[in-house]
Unconditional design. Structure first.
Length: 265
């Protein structure tokens, strides 16, 4: 029995699935392809023209996908989808697809996936040094253009930066054993640094082994399929660091404010 979630949802096919990833539909699930071909949904995304998030709606001149035979799209060849920003209907995102047999492949889009993602990751420039923030954007850009292994290289470098950043703080402690650390595997290093690292990273230390396996063993397509989950994992780790920074900032501000009040009483 088929399940809808074995295929990317139409929204993800537009704004998340990288170029050239081939999606094959079974005979019983051809209607799922119609949902892409005759896109009829609305979704939230960054509008690079408004420079903010907005709701996007279809701007094509076709009917709802349910009005078409399930196999209407099969072997259709090239087709385009455009969606428009509901804040300003002149602002549009454009996507080009190719349907061959029972497969659909996104072969072009404007703006790029990287352009649509950059707005949401700008905040991480506060916790990533400039070279590593640039590498994060490169990872997203490579994935968007179908380069899976290369995108893993940059994600792993970011992961290693987060570990080394914590290591530099930890080694200042009197009880720190640098010799033991230098001889440890990555999973053991993370365990030694757990008091300095975000909880999500400690609980999901396998991220590093997946990234390493991807670089040395997985195919481009396998890396591309895994990239979204690993990207989210890195973002959660960075979110925790941002929250920690914000909390420390609030604590310092509160201490100063309370100290000022106390001196006046």
């Amino acid at each position: 029995m088929s399940t809808d979630n074995q295929y990317p949802c139409p929204e993800d096919f537009l704004i998340k699935i990288p170029l050239y990833e081939l999606v094959s539909y079974s005979d019983e699930d051809l209607a799922q392809g119609n949902r892409v071909r005759f896109f009829s949904d609305t979704f939230d995304s960054y509008c690079p023209y408004c420079n903010m998030h907005s709701i996007f709606e279809p701007s094509g001149n076709y009917h709802h996908y349910s009005n078409y035979a399930p196999d209407r799209w099969v072997d259709e060849g090239f087709f385009d989808i455009s969606v428009r920003c509901t804040r300003n209907r002149e602002h549009k995102l454009h996507f080009k697809f190719f349907a061959k047999g029972k497969t659909i492949q996104k072969i072009g889009q404007l703006p790029s996936i990287a352009d649509l993602n950059l707005f949401d990751i700008k905040k991480y420039s506060n916790v990533l040094e400039k070279p590593f923030f640039q590498e994060f954007t490169k990872a997203i850009g490579l994935s968007a253009h179908g380069v899976g292994v290369g995108s893993f290289v940059y994600l792993r470098r970011i992961f290693e930066f987060l570990i080394e950043d914590s290591h530099l703080r930890a080694k200042k402690q009197q009880s720190w054993d640098e010799d033991a650390y230098s001889k440890s595997r990555m999973s053991e290093k993370i365990e030694m640094l757990k008091s300095e690292l975000p909880n999500f990273l400690v609980e999901n230390k396998s991220i590093y082994s997946v990234l390493s396996k991807g670089i040395h063993e997985l195919s481009e397509n396998e890396c591309l399929a895994a990239f979204p989950a690993l990207k989210v994992g890195i973002e959660i780790i960075l979110d925790e660091k941002l929250e920690s920074i914000e909390r420390r900032k609030k604590l310092e501000e509160a201490k100063k404010a309370i100290s000022s009040l106390t001196s006046k009483v």
